[in-house]
Design a protein around this ligand. Structure first.
Ligand code: MD3
Ligand code: FE
Length: 213
């Protein structure tokens, strides 16, 4: 089928059972989203967290909302305060919450109420190895992810770490809703390629909205 160039930013693709890619869903809000990331991370700076095994994570992270995901020698968990400052994480901007709720509703998840937003920052070479997201209390709730800036290759594994992962490109403005059976699948990001994006320079950001507590 011939791709519709003008509709190309509005494709809706089912990646697997319960996982829906909403291509370009956040595109019209990209500028304020990137500006909000700058403001949020002026208050709660990006940092490379330590894994429980003592390794420095390649992705730089921060959070906003009532709960934030943290990792250190003590393990992975959600915490109400930024361990760097001892202060609560910055509030989740209304634009973030409404975008995540609208995307979830579009994918068939009404009443999504995220209480955590993890903000990931990738530079060229940064990767996120295959993992599951299992630190959230309510696994019936979906996770909503928003990609901004440089494109990434998303790795989509199955319910076990074994086997080859499928690959999907994620572009500036793409939103993916991960729910149902796909919620516990292994996933990751291949090392980011060099590049320059007009909205973010040599960076990719990813927001993940979660019901954590
Ligand atoms: C599938 N982030 O923060 S977003 C993460 O682009 C994470 O920064 C990646 O994996 C990123 O944990 C991928 C896509 C994503 C996020 C969460 C998921 C896919 C998911 C949870 C369950 C299944
Ligand atoms: Fe993840």
């Amino acid at each position: 089928m011939q791709p519709d160039l003008f509709g190309a930013d509005r494709r809706q693709i089912r990646l697997s059972e319960g996982a829906v890619l909403l291509g370009g869903f956040a595109l019209s809000h990209a500028e304020p989203l990137v500006a909000a990331i700058a403001a949020l991370t002026a208050a709660a700076p990006f940092r490379h967290m330590e894994t429980p095994g003592g390794r420095r994570m390649s992705v730089a992270m921060s959070n906003c909302g009532p709960l934030g995901w943290v990792s250190d020698r003590g393990g992975y968990r959600y915490a109400a305060r930024d361990p760097l400052s001892g202060e609560p994480w910055p509030a989740m901007p209304v634009l973030f919450r409404t975008l995540a709720q609208d995307a979830a509703a579009q994918a068939g998840f009404a009443d999504f109420a995220p209480d955590a937003c993890l903000i990931n920052r990738y530079e060229p070479g940064t990767q996120l190895t295959l993992h599951q997201d299992r630190d959230e209390q309510d696994r019936r709730a979906p996770i909503v992810s928003v990609s901004l800036g440089l494109p990434a290759v998303f790795l989509w594994g199955g319910e076990s770490r074994a086997g080859r992962a499928a690959r999907h490109a994620l572009f500036h403005g793409d939103v993916v809703v991960w729910g149902g059976p796909s919620r516990m699948n292994f996933h990751g990001i291949a090392p980011l390629k060099d590049g320059l994006h007009p909205a973010t320079g040599a960076l990719r950001y990813n927001l993940t909205f979660r019901t954590a507590g």
